[in-house]
Design a protein around this ligand. Structure first.
Ligand SMILES: NC(=O)c1ccc[n+]([C@@H]2O[C@H](COP(=O)([O-])OP(=O)(O)OC[C@H]3O[C@@H](n4cnc5c(N)ncnc54)[C@H](OP(=O)(O)O)[C@@H]3O)[C@@H](O)[C@H]2O)c1
Length: 305
């Protein structure tokens, strides 16, 4: 079994390497070795490695910067996944790809299902939706997991940003009118592994029965402000009792180049129904990640007065 992990240095890519470590031979590549903006490199690596499973955790993920780098976002998030799907089909490999809650416009009050019509508000969401469509058009053995608000012990994410800012400031203003599900990269990788296992051991039958799009987020929901408050409550020990005061603000008070959906909570019912798996509640997953940071926390400095 050969597993090709694309995007090995990213939050999810790192956790996939851990989760799939006993799966067989892991070939993990980063941007230095395979640039997704260069389709020849993408084709070359798949043909050389001849993977049984391709896990694509690489993406153009700078939501605001994408507004001014539309072509690059499209090349990485739409064209490259389409080519990965073609190469997977050609070699009968399984392609696992991640997409985003930002394919939705946030107008629905209930959690979004896979049947709901996507309507991205920003360039990043549109590029990811185009990636989904490119994969779907090719077909074959593919799984697209839409996830949301990803954070973990490594990389660039909201949790680590809050901990850094929290160690520097007395007060933080955080947006309180966008609703979503913070999702731990650890839980995401572990549940991905479980689904891939089921598909590979034949339990799920032919691709017609399982290939497609699934929502895959931690359970429950909150706002960025609610997430920040939970982080500081759970991380008191990391901040040596100096947690900042978190003040709720409206999105209009924190203008960004890219618009974001007000409600991007996803329903995970299809994932549970099809594969019998679910991610933990976001609060539980947060506790797990914070627990790991306790061990690795030398980088979180106390506030200097
Ligand atoms: N982060 C979130 O909140 C979130 C939410 C919903 C969905 N998702 C999706 O989840 C997946 C994993 O996201 P993540 O949070 O792990 O992202 P991440 O931490 O930003 O990692 C993305 C990885 O992609 C790599 N990459 C970017 N451009 C590349 C290129 N041209 N060629 C090769 N590699 C390239 C990056 O390399 P460098 O390190 O060199 O930049 C980075 O290692 C993505 O599909 C993302 O769209 C993420």
């Amino acid at each position: 079994m050969i597993v090709l992990i694309v995007g090995q240095a990213g939050q999810v890519g790192r956790e996939l390497q851990r989760s799939f470590s006993d799966f067989g031979e892991i070939v993990a590549v980063d941007r230095e070795s395979v640039d997704l903006a260069d389709l020849d490199q993408v084709r070359e690596v798949v043909r050389r490695v001849r993977p049984d499973v391709i896990l694509n955790a690489a993406a153009y993920t700078s939501v605001d910067r994408a507004e001014s780098e539309q072509d690059l976002a499209s090349a990485i998030n739409a064209e490259a996944p389409g080519l990965l799907a073609e190469e997977a089909l050609r070699s009968n490999a399984l392609l696992v790809h991640y997409s985003t809650d930002y394919v939705f416009d946030g107008s629905k009050l209930l959690p979004w299902t896979e049947e709901d019509a996507p309507h991205p508000l920003n360039v990043y969401g549109a590029s990811k939706l185009a990636g989904e469509e490119a994969i779907r058009q090719v077909g074959g053995r593919y799984l697209i997991f839409r996830t949301s608000w990803v954070y973990g012990p490594h990389g660039k994410n909201f949790l680590l940003t809050m901990l850094r800012l929290g160690s520097e400031r007395e007060r933080l203003s955080v947006v309180d009118d966008q609703h979503g599900a913070p999702t731990s990269s650890i839980a995401l990788a572990d549940v991905t592994r479980s689904v891939v296992n089921q598909v590979l051991d034949g339990r799920c039958g032919a691709p017609d029965a399982w290939a497609g799009v699934y929502h895959m987020t931690c359970a429950g929901s909150t706002t960025w402000c609610g997430f920040a408050k939970a982080i500081f409550t759970g991380a008191e020990h990391l901040l040596h009792g100096n947690a900042p005061v978190v003040l709720p603000i409206a999105s209009s008070e924190y203008p960004t180049p890219a618009r974001r959906p007000r409600n991007s909570v996803l329903s995970n019912a299809r994932l549970k129904q099809r594969f019998g798996v679910e991610l933990p509640a976001w609060e539980v997953a947060l506790g797990d990640v914070l627990g790991r940071l306790t061990v690795e926390s030398e980088t979180i400095a106390p506030k200097s007065h």
